[in-house]
Design a binder for this molecule. Structure first.
Ligand code: F6R
Length: 604
């Protein structure tokens, strides 16, 4: 949440910082601001483009910092936008995170006569650093951070020392980008790609000083840390819309290639196994587990729910799935036959990260299914599977969700074969994974049908999603997607649960989206749809190819290819993603940046 971008170099800084902020805008887009040393400060509510339109062309300064905000303390007004300054307006700071003891610090500063012009915790930090400044920004930052409780990624620059950027990380990610005669810092690696692929990830508790030629890292006590640069593999094209109207559309249409990338080099077709380099060493231990705890938030949590059924049904492994925001407060029972699996696209979600840390403290093996290479959770888990889905820019997760389910299917195959799944059954899953991209493409080729159906349902105010077994979590994911990008009221239930209360909501104005592939619970699902129809609720049913009966019970039907039952939810979720996308577009909304949301939720 919130995006930070900083630059020290020889080129005019403003356009570079503004481009960096645009690429980070998915982290927050309430307001934005930029400070360029020797030139000035501009802040505004709304997207980065508004700030860009206000930056004078005459700004020639070659170092500066910028910020795009997801509001925590104080509404998204211009006065609360970053950067914030010290008392003399010569030291400027941008911040991502929450300073928990800001109120106590503010009272102390008020008693010293310091005046504040915003509601933010960040301004308190800026004034605190200013009050401790004795001619060296780094020293002032270190002194201030020793008084601060909370989470932060900060970048600080002083008018008096404009070619030294001081940055610090505790809980909120920061990545240094290394150029030639110029260096960068950003909240994640994506905006650095157009400048450099050589990056240095800061870890919690570290402070770095960056100038045009070099960087140096210490801990908060000033002890030097040596860190060699790493190379990012993502290409610049993945950060562009490439002809699509929205990133969400582009990312949905990437589903086949995303699955190809997630399974690449990981399937042993003849042996009916999956080869997952990252967890290979832990496979015997995983196979001997008595319990796996999966943690995640939002869509990643629903992916975990699908994973639970995969691992229980095919691997015989008992699994529990917990929300990161709840697991972190739970009592954890240390047990060497229990492991924790964190699922996260960004690898930075605060609640999931804290869950991993708590599990580690309890002595549990921690694993990750993570998309962003080099992210904190990727680093802090003992082992893991990278999604290789490429950067996901739209706030609503689509391709990452599909990739998470694919990675869970691979994990299931790997673990299940160790736990007694037959060669033949393993081969069938491996073959099914191999054929998955083609099945997904078949759905995408018929996206226009979903668009037409979505146009009808965009006129309602509510929607109920139902599914059973592997498709119950998919119903929840479909409802979440619709809520996020259309602001319609949507809820989800396991099909059998409706009659225990929520069916009372249904009438002709309350449509139901029903997931009814021909699987073990198909007949039960049809009964649930009949119950819905009896209340005259319109039904949009998603079934599998060849099902001519569904149109008897549903107003609208979309049939997806039938694939291996374990993999069916990966195909079935795709029309739901398209449905949410097209309803959002039909309602004229900015589907890539839904209101009140941000990608990468780094606050608790
Ligand atoms: C929904 C969505 C969120 C994320 C959740 C976890 O479309 O994107 O629910 O899934 O915030 O994020 P990660 O996967 O980055 O931990």
């Amino acid at each position: 949440m919130c995006g930070i971008f900083g630059y020290v170099g020889q080129r005019p800084a403003a356009p570079i910082i503004l481009d960096g902020l645009r690429a980070l805008e998915y982290r927050g887009y309430d307001s934005a601001g930029v400070y360029v040393a020797g030139s000035g400060v501009v802040k505004a509510t709304g997207p980065v483009d508004i700030v860009a339109s206000l930056v004078p062309k005459t700004w020639t300064g070659t170092s500066g910092i910028g910020h795009t905000r997801w509001a925590t303390h104080g509404p998204p007004t211009e006065r609360n936008a970053h950067p914030h300054s010290d008392m003399s307006d010569s030291l400027w700071i941008v911040h991502n995170g929450i300073i928990e003891n800001y109120q106590a610090l503010k009272e102390g500063l008020l008693m010293q006569g310091v005046q504040f012009s915003s509601d933010t915790d960040t301004e308190v930090l800026a004034k605190l650093i200013g009050s401790l400044y004795r001619g060296d920004v780094r020293e002032a930052v270190l002194a201030a951070l020793s008084l601060v409780e909370g989470a932060y990624g900060i970048a600080v620059m002083s008018e008096h020392d404009p070619y030294r950027l001081v940055v610090a990380r505790q809980g909120s990610p920061l990545v240094i980008g290394l150029g030639t005669g110029e260096n960068f810092v950003a909240s994640d690696a994506a905006p650095l790609l157009i400048h450099t692929k050589d990056v240095v990830y800061l870890t919690d508790g570290e402070v770095a000083v960056i100038d045009r030629q070099s960087y140096s890292i210490t801990n908060r006590a000033g002890k030097a840390h040596t860190r060699l640069p790493e190379r990012i593999e993502w290409s610049v094209e993945t950060l562009q819309k490439n002809g699509y109207a929205h990133f969400m559309e582009k990312e949905i249409f990437e589903a086949p290639s995303v699955v190809e990338n997630t399974i690449r080099g990981r399937l042993l077709l003849e042996r009916g196994r999956a080869k997952l380099g990252g967890i290979e060493a832990h496979l015997p231990h995983l196979a001997s587990l008595e319990r796996l705890l999966i943690v995640g938030c939002g869509s990643a949590y629903y992916a975990g729910q699908v994973g639970r059924i995969m691992l229980e049904e095919y691997g015989g492994l008992p699994v529990e799935v917990e929300l990161g925001s709840e697991f972190r407060y739970k009592r954890i029972f240390a047990h060497d036959k229990t492991a924790v699996l964190a699922i996260t696209q960004s690898g930075e979600t605060a609640d999931t990260l804290t869950s991993v840390r708590r599990a580690k403290e309890a002595g549990l093996l921690t694993l990750g299914i993570v998309n962003v290479v080099g992210s904190t959770i990727a680093r802090e888990t003992d082992a893991g599977i990278y999604n290789h889905a490429g950067p996901e820019v739209a706030v609503a997760s689509t391709k990452a969700f599909i990739s998470q389910l694919t990675a869970l299917a691979l994990l299931t195959l790997a673990v299940a074969r160790e736990r007694g799944l037959s060669l033949q059954d393993g081969q069938a899953i491996a073959q099914g994974l191999q054929e998955l991209p083609a099945a997904l493409q078949t759905v995408l080729d018929r996206a226009a049908e979903i668009k037409a159906i979505a146009a009808t349902y965009a006129t309602y105010r509510d929607a109920m999603f139902i599914g059973r077994k592997l498709h119950a979590p998919i119903a929840y994911e479909g409802a979440l997607k619709l809520k996020e990008v259309t602001y319609l009221h949507a809820e989800a239930y396991a099909g059998g649960e409706l009659k225990h209360g929520s069916i009372a909501l249904l009438d002709p104005s309350f449509p139901v989206v029903a997931l009814a592939p021909r699987d073990a619970v198909y007949e039960k699902m049809i009964s649930n749809i009949e119950e819905v129809r009896a209340r005259q609720a319109p039904v949009f049913a998603i079934g599998t190819a060849g099902d001519h009966d569904l149109s008897r019970v549903a107003n609208d039907v979309f049939l997806v290819p039938s694939v291996h039952p374990l993999l069916q939810p990966i195909v079935t979720v795709l029309p739901l993603q398209l449905f949410a996308y097209y309803v959002g577009v039909a309602r004229g909304l900015n589907v890539d940046r839904p209101r009140n949301l941000a990608k990468s939720v780094t606050v608790e």
